[in-house]
Design a protein around this ligand. Structure first.
Ligand SMILES: *[C@@H]1O[C@H](CO)[C@@H](O)[C@H](O)[C@H]1NC(C)=O
Length: 242
């Protein structure tokens, strides 16, 4: 979609304003009415993003628990992984995200409707884990699905609970959300994934939003408007057949 005047870069806006004070007033007015969509510079031009959190301007780097551990994660493993990222020098090289995948939460929401950490495997809770990871200079990522349950079906998904979950994640100090596409309700990805983008934008914290809808619905054409990254395939593994 071609940008309208309201979505052009703030730099152009400021330059014009320097010449004509009157125009500054109109630029500010435009900014005020366009608060949910922001234009970011990407080197080759600009693109509109809903999650204008300043993240993802270069590819994210770090670790995700799924490839090696699948569902067998616990807080000790995650803390040790954070330690290892620092000890091996990977953190210094830019591998700063420590991301939990499926299985981190208790199987049901609590009686107030909030997701909670699995009490057996993450007894200290996610906030304590985030504090630990942050103390190492790293960032903590979490996982959910745009469906009623996650892919394992062992924990709730965020469909219909986007605002609650985004605010919960923000309150714990979470820095990243991988949002999967299992156990959906039939509404298209182009509806379900933007809902979480809005919720994260309103959460009060800059949270990297990783769309994981597997390349359905031509995500390359719209993912950049709603997320900081968008996966274009199913799972990859450490096999080297191509
Ligand atoms: C975490 O998992 C590891 C590896 O399976 C295990 O040795 C350890 O006892 C577990 N710790 C907790 C707190 O569950």
């Amino acid at each position: 979609m071609a940008p309208t005047a309201a979505q052009r870069s703030p730099t152009a806006c400021a330059a014009t304003a320097a010449v004509l004070l009157l125009l500054l007033t109109s630029c500010l007015a435009v900014a005020a009415t366009d608060a949910t969509t922001t234009t970011v510079a990407t080197g080759g031009g600009t693109r509109r993003v809903l999650v204008a959190n300043g993240l993802g301007l270069t590819p994210q780097m770090g670790w995700n628990s799924w490839n090696h551990f699948q569902g067998n994660i616990n807080e000790t493993i995650i803390r040790r992984t954070a330690d290892a990222l620092v000890a091996t020098g990977l953190a210094k090289a830019g591998y700063t995200y420590v991301n939990l995948d499926d299985y981190w939460a208790d199987s049901q929401r609590n009686n107030k409707g909030y997701m909670v950490a699995n009490p057996k495997t993450f007894p200290s809770g996610i906030k304590a884990l985030a504090d630990y990871v942050h103390s190492k200079g790293l960032k903590l990522g979490l996982y959910s699905s745009a469906g009623t349950r996650t892919c394992s079906k062992q924990m709730p998904g965020s469909l219909g609970h986007e605002d609650t979950d985004a605010k919960t994640f923000a309150s714990w100090g979470v820095d990243y959300l991988k949002y999967d596409n299992c156990n959906r309700d039939g509404t298209p990805e182009t509806v379900r994934f933007p809902r979480m983008a809005r919720a994260l934008t309103n959460s009060g914290r800059s949270i990297f939003y990783s769309l994981c809808e597997w390349g359905n619905m031509d995500v390359a054409k719209w993912g950049g408007s709603y997320g900081n990254s968008w996966r274009t395939t199913g799972d990859i593994t450490d096999t080297w057949t191509r």
